[in-house]
Design a protein around this ligand. Structure first.
Ligand code: CP3
Length: 343
């Protein structure tokens, strides 16, 4: 029996008060994050400086006492470790070298060659594993192969993942070879995080919602199942959270299809629907609209209670439906937590 409430919920326990953490909980809405980021110089230097990355991971734990701490890093460090160029344009987001042909694919490193580049991330995990309070669960993560591929193919974020869908239509063997390489690298990466002390891992498939029908099965579900199975073989008992954002009706049956301990819900589904159709398969995480962290007030309190109540009859980890945004008010986060813990 563990004191860590997140691990208990992942193990299938229904707790009187759900454990809480937030996607992007270490982020620009916090003044202490902005100060440490300025000290690091830029976002990638912050990711690759273990002491500072550990510091920003700990900041929201100190301020709010969240039940989970998510490693501070980014899903795009894996393509960088595979050989892609990566940089961040302030105010715009990530940029990468584009991968659209066989030559681009042939230039990638093999999956097991990523560890030298990613060693600072594993060091951050080790530091955190020693410094977190005993009741706080350390969550590692990676991007899902489809989502990571959409950035590698387009060289940036895209509203409709058009370039990745185009490559899939025009050169499916190359597209599938790329997904396989990312899948293998992700297994390596998450396995090394578990070795370093991550107690749970989460797979972020932010753009899963743009895969339809068979494609959803082949490019969102199958890679997540492969990663989950390989991790559980290497690390028996390691819980896995899968987040196929935008899955909609496809959320039904995903615990089983992926083999995940928890399915994370975005705010496109109602908590009442999720209780009936998804939580029956196991632990769910989510799914308050992150805009409440900006607007606050009675709406925040009402909607927070609604998520808690709707999902109170099964295992639930409270979270937002997507990352907290830079314009959020830190006091609204406290109001959300007080609403959940104070009744
Ligand atoms: O959740 C956390 O607190 C842990 C750290 C984390 C970051 N990114 C830090 C970050 C995690 C889990 C991610 C995941 C991530 N990164 C995803 C999947 C989840 C999602 O949001 O859909 C994606 C698609 C990325 C790629 C990425 N990184 C984008 C598109 C951007 C720019 C958008 C933005 O918010 O500015 C980033 C930058 C990024 N990653 C920031 C943080 C805190 C902001 C960078 C800064 O400080 O300037």
């Amino acid at each position: 029996m563990t004191d860590k409430t997140i691990l208990r919920a992942l193990g299938g326990e229904t707790l009187p008060t759900p454990p809480i953490w937030m996607m992007r909980q270490a982020g620009r809405y916090l003044p202490e994050y902005r100060a440490t980021r300025a000290q690091a110089g830029d976002f990638l230097s912050l990711c690759y400086t273990p002491d500072l990355a550990a510091e920003v991971t700990l900041q929201p734990i100190r301020r709010y006492g969240f039940d989970g701490a998510i490693l501070f890093a980014d899903i795009l460090l894996v393509p960088q470790a595979l050989g892609a160029d990566l940089w961040f344009v302030t105010g715009e987001g990530p940029r990468l070298s584009t991968l659209t042909d066989q030559a681009g694919f042939d230039a990638l490193l093999p999956a097991d060659a990523i560890h030298d580049h990613l060693a600072p991330i594993y060091e951050t995990v080790r530091i955190l594993s020693g410094e977190l309070p005993a009741e706080t669960t350390l969550i590692g993560f990676a991007g899902a192969p489809w989502t990571v591929a959409t950035y590698m193919i387009a060289g940036r974020g895209t509203p409709d993942q058009g370039p990745a869908h185009a490559l899939k239509a025009e050169n499916r063997p190359l597209f599938e070879a790329l997904l396989d390489r990312i899948t293998e690298a992700t297994i390596e990466y998450l396995s090394a995080q578990a070795d370093a002390g991550a107690e749970v891992v989460k797979i972020f498939d932010s753009w899963a919602g743009s895969l339809q029908g068979q494609d959803f099965q082949k490019y969102a579900v199958d890679p997540a199942r492969r990663i989950t199975a390989a991790l559980k073989e290497r690390h028996p008992g390691l819980p896995v959270i899968a987040f196929p954002r935008g899955a909609g009706e496809e959320y039904v049956g995903l615990h089983k299809a992926i083999g995940a301990d928890c399915i994370a819900l975005d705010d496109g589904v109602s908590p009442e629907w999720a209780a009936e159709n998804v939580q029956t398969g196991g632990c769910v995480q989510g799914n308050l609209k992150s805009s409440h962290m900006v607007t606050g007030g009675d709406d925040l309190v009402r909607e927070t209670r609604r998520v808690v109540d709707a999902l109170s009859n099964g295992p639930h980890i409270f979270n937002l439906g997507h990352g907290i945004t830079p314009d959020a008010d830190p006091q609204n986060v406290q109001l959300m937590i007080d609403t959940i813990r104070g009744g």
